[in-house]
Design a protein around this ligand. Sequence first.
Ligand code: SF4
Ligand code: SF4
Ligand code: FES
Length: 510
Amino acid sequence: MARLTIDGSAIEVADGTSLFDACRLARGESLPHFCYHPDLSIAGVCRLCQVEVEGMPKLTIACNTTVREGMVVHTRSERVRKASQQILEMHLINHPVDCPICDQAGECGLQNQYMAYGLYDSQVAESDKVNKAKALVIGPHVVLDKERCVLCSRCVRFCNEVTKTGELGIFNRGDRAEIGVAPGRELDNAYSVNTVDICPVGALTSRDFRFQKRVWMLKSTDSICPGCATGCNVRVDHEAGRIYRLKPRRNPAVNGSWMCDEGRLTYKDVHAEDRLLEPLWNGRVVSWADARGHLAHVVAGGFALVIGSAHQSLEEMWLLRQLAGTAALSGGLAGSDLAVGDDILRSADRTPNRRGLALAGLAEHDAAALAGLVRAARGAILVHGGDPAAAPDVAAAMAGRQDVVYVGTHRRATAAAAALALPGAMWAEKAGIFVNRQDRLQAFAQAVARPGNAREDWRVLGEMLPDQGRAPTGLKALRAGVAADLAPALAPTIDLDRLPQGGVPAGGDA
Ligand code: SF4
Ligand code: SF4
Ligand code: FES
């Protein structure tokens, strides 16, 4: 351990800790910075994180300095403040200051640092600024404005160190230095929009989000990406019931600071045109009251087969198992939603909760076996989520039946095959738990209101329980039931109603 003093406070940190991290601990906030990033190598190029270390003649950058026993450090002295101001002025010499039309305004490192440390009158006339290319489309998802770049090299390091695709570089020298794409290339890797996230200014912007919304109008809700079994921690940015973007939340145990471009666009399905918004009886819109009447008629003899899906929450899967009772039970279509994975984040399993199925005791079946279960069902069939009828075998087995009930979110094959289709909620419209491929339980919260007459799935399923005395009265009660029933597989320390930020392994922390 090393003991040092930062801004008059004694602090003890592990040997090898960077002075940048020690200062964050001591100050309760980071030093000003552009180039430092916790999940990239140290570049030490922006010079914004300078601090004063007693005994050293010059200021030193904290991100590239390791703590030493007995160091006495000043981060808020007049000398440091003056240096920060001068560095900012240098970064702003050729900056266009086009904040009013910049997507980054409101969450811009340059704006924030200027308000905190700058506040000087510019000495550079508008006409003397070096002009560079603006609004260059450099890949399927990213637009580059070279004038706004502060040459922090984060995006270059990301492409060199994380995706190892090396599309970006800094070209030329002095005030002509500029960020750019290597000749003949474009920024086209599966993680390209992370460069937008880590760009501290508005030099890199997302083609999907560009000019859609001023960021200060957005509300943020913590969630989990539903795009694959990795379960990247994300933030859902939304306003007035509409989701505008997903951003990664840092979780070193799961996704570091990153997420993939495909996962980033999963929110589009929430607002898809084919959302199931009202109950449908044989394709005709009916009220929930009428739907309940049809349901009572269809399931008068109870369900003979219950089919779940790896897209639903752990709580819903468990409830489905209670609902099945002695009926045949399936976790849905085995081998569905498989695609190409990689060794960065993307799992070949494009469902968020296949491990949850296993934990809740639901086994999947291949299309032929599932079709066999459908044919063998001598009573009503309940399908919850997924789209098993997208498999031709299953669709053929369901054809002509008047006793298939579907609780789902889109008017796709299974909704069309069902006599009664009931609108449920998508992941962003409800709270729940996914179990990722590491068997990590991660909670997601409701971000936006459910559209139309869609309802939370656990309420819809709860109303179908033959013994209404066992119907959950709320998510908390439902989770208590899940915890009690799955107790052998879940560490006793886990409180499903209060999972920690970043989730927890099902077996508990080692
Ligand atoms: S484009 Fe952004 S991330 Fe890349 S070097 Fe410039 S300021 Fe840094
Ligand atoms: S890797 Fe998977 S969980 Fe992560 S963002 Fe992509 S699709 Fe979502
Ligand atoms: S953050 Fe230390 S030099 Fe940029």
